[in-house]
Design a protein around this ligand. Structure first.
Ligand code: SF4
Length: 97
């Protein structure tokens, strides 16, 4: 019997997401984010959902969120004005990732 090794990216790609298009479970105040020098969200999100756009502003899409809560903990300037788990039946379903 052989054991197939998979990369973290391959394992994460097995997850399934039921994205709640009506109610985002994470909301940012981009005015606060604009004044944040460190921007730890760019480094800590395991799904790499926080990015800098060409204007140097944070762009974020909650689809693909792993619901780990790391960004909520690390956002010391409180630019994340809402963080809660998705409503019932929505969000991530982990499948080995
Ligand atoms: S909860 Fe985790 S996966 Fe979701 S956006 Fe925050 S750091 Fe990324």
């Amino acid at each position: 019997m052989s054991i197939e090794k998979k990369t973290a990216t391959e394992l994460l790609s097995l997850n399934r997401f039921n994205v709640d298009e009506e109610v985002p479970h994470i909301v940012l105040d981009k005015n606060i984010c604009a004044g944040c020098v460190e921007k730890p969200c760019l480094l800590v999100c395991p799904a790499v959902l926080y990015k800098l756009d060409k204007n140097g502003e944070i762009s974020f899409d909650y689809a693909g969120c792993l619901e780990c809560g790391t960004c909520r903990i690390m956002c010391k300037n409180k630019g994340i004005v809402k963080w809660e788990y998705p409503r019932g039946t929505f969000g991530v379903s982990f499948r080995q990732g």
